[in-house]
Design a protein around this ligand. Structure first.
Ligand code: 1PW
Length: 215
């Protein structure tokens, strides 16, 4: 595991990465998208061993995208938009569900994109939560509303077990590493709309190119 993934999570840092993600033309830079996810991996790693399988998957998907960025085709992977164009133009995507390209950039990013929706729903619940609200319930409800629909039974069960082990609300706020609970709520108020915007742009792009069912 890279050193950076052992470092402490900081919500502000993730916010900065997702902020840098958007170009003035609202294209999404993959490098910053990935670094936002690398920040989130630090959060997952601080949540204990039950989150290990979740963190591992996020690491492997970010690694696939980084490898494309560093490859000779790197410039085509600068933004999500250019990646979609490049992979579609060169028939590097399983649009007809044949499963020939199980590691295409488009299908890999689709998984992270779905997970981003989960995160967005969870953080919004956290932001508006009351003192006695349970993080496990917020996380589970957000998961059931989003990512769970794409997961088989075994993963849903494992995820459900991991959620039970989440720290209680105030301890979770401390994990966010931005100061008092009021400051956490404040940063969440900036982070959630940003995640929402990045999510929405990707969602529309995938809809336009009919990429939502990539195997
Ligand atoms: C408390 C903070 C919550 C942060 C949520 C972000 C975690 C997102 C990763 C979820 C991974 C769950 C376990 C892995 C499942 C994979 O099978 C699945 N990956 C995802 C991201 O949904 C599908 O990938 P695959 O098997 O088609 O390559």
């Amino acid at each position: 595991m890279a050193d950076s993934e052992n470092q402490k999570f900081c919500l502000q840092e993730v916010l900065e990465s997702f902020k840098s993600c958007l170009s003035p033309e609202k294209e999404i830079y993959i490098e910053h998208y990935v670094s936002g996810w690398r920040g989130l991996v630090k959060l997952l790693n601080s949540l204990g061993s039950l989150f290990g399988f979740i963190s591992k998957d996020a690491v492997s998907k970010t690694q696939i995208l980084m490898n494309y960025l560093k490859s000779e085709n790197g410039p085509h992977y600068a933004t999500v938009q250019s990646m979609v164009k490049f992979e579609l133009d060169n028939e590097l995507v399983d649009v007809d569900k044949k499963g020939i390209y199980p590691e295409s950039g488009c299908r890999t990013l689709l998984r992270l994109h779905r997970a981003l929706r989960w995160l967005q729903l969870f953080l919004e619940r956290l932001r508006t939560s009351k003192e006695d609200d349970k993080t496990s319930v917020m996380c589970r409800d957000a998961y059931n509303e989003s990512l769970a629909q794409h997961h088989p039974w075994l993963i849903r069960k494992s995820a459900g077990m991991a959620f039970y082990s989440l720290p209680v609300r105030l301890a979770f706020f401390e994990v966010m590493n931005v100061g008092t609970p009021e400051q956490v709520v404040d940063v969440l108020g900036k982070a959630v709309p940003l995640l929402c915007e990045v999510y929405q742009i990707t969602e529309e792009l995938y809809q336009k190119h009919n990429l939502h069912d990539l195997p």
